[in-house]
Ligand binder design. Structure first.
Ligand SMILES: [Zn+2]
Length: 225
């Protein structure tokens, strides 16, 4: 068996998704030098960091941060591309662990982690929601709950399809709803996504979550665009 594995490894070596260098252990998917090269981003507890500032005046948040900065052409960009478009969901889990570690170090208690939902059509095409895997990585570190059933992205409706293409896009991209809100009452929610650019999607999600009694909301992502 060892011989077969060795042979398969020669044919299909285990390579790092960030830089394509060969990795000895099949359990590792991102090499150490890639990890070391990721530009560190903002601190979870720093309420005035640049990510938190994106939400000022829009939605009240406890904390907002990303683990890394997003640099074009970097190995981190390759990895996020793999996660979103090439089915390399393990990348989400591994980088979700990094988010989880930062929060654990802050000693702040998160009760439930929620992945930003994809539009159902998009999820059907892709076969998975990349944010769910990130949320799972976070959950593994924080030992909190993972809720992927309460926050939903709303489907097309008849009236929406009559609108212009641009309006429709707007409707599809930015409408969310909540079911069983009582499951989230009084909890500190961490909403997670892959990349935060303008924060618009997060704001839409949070404004709905914020209607639930006594919730506290924080947001996190792998990287800031
Ligand atoms: Zn690498």
């Amino acid at each position: 068996m060892k011989f077969v594995n060795g042979f398969l490894n020669l044919l299909y070596p285990n390579v790092c998704g960030g830089c394509n260098s060969v990795i000895e252990s099949p359990k590792i998917i991102i090499c150490a030098s890639c990890f070391a090269s990721f530009p560190k981003s903002y601190e979870f507890l720093d309420k005035g960091n640049k990510i938190a500032q994106l939400f000022w005046g829009k939605i009240p948040l406890e904390h907002a941060f990303t683990s890394f900065k997003y640099v074009k052409g970097s190995s981190l960009q390759n990895l996020i591309y793999d996660l979103k478009y090439r089915g390399n969901t393990e990348v989400g889990r591994v980088l979700g662990v990094e988010i989880g570690k930062e929060i654990k170090d802050s000693n702040l208690r998160i009760d439930v982690v929620i992945p930003v939902p994809l539009h159902p059509k998009k999820q059907k095409m892709r076969g998975y929601n990349q944010s769910w895997f990130i949320a799972q990585g976070v959950q593994n570190v924080l030992a909190c709950e993972l809720n992927d059933t309460s926050l939903l992205r709303i489907l097309f409706t008849e009236t929406q399809t009559k609108k212009s293409r641009l309006e429709r896009y707007d409707n599809v991209e930015h409408k969310f709803s909540i079911i069983n809100p009582e499951l989230l009452e009084g909890k500190h929610i961490l909403l997670v996504d892959d990349v935060i650019t303008t924060g618009a999607t997060m704001v839409e999600c949070c404004s709905i979550l914020n209607k639930i009694p006594d919730v506290k909301i924080s947001v996190a992502a792998i990287a800031a665009g």
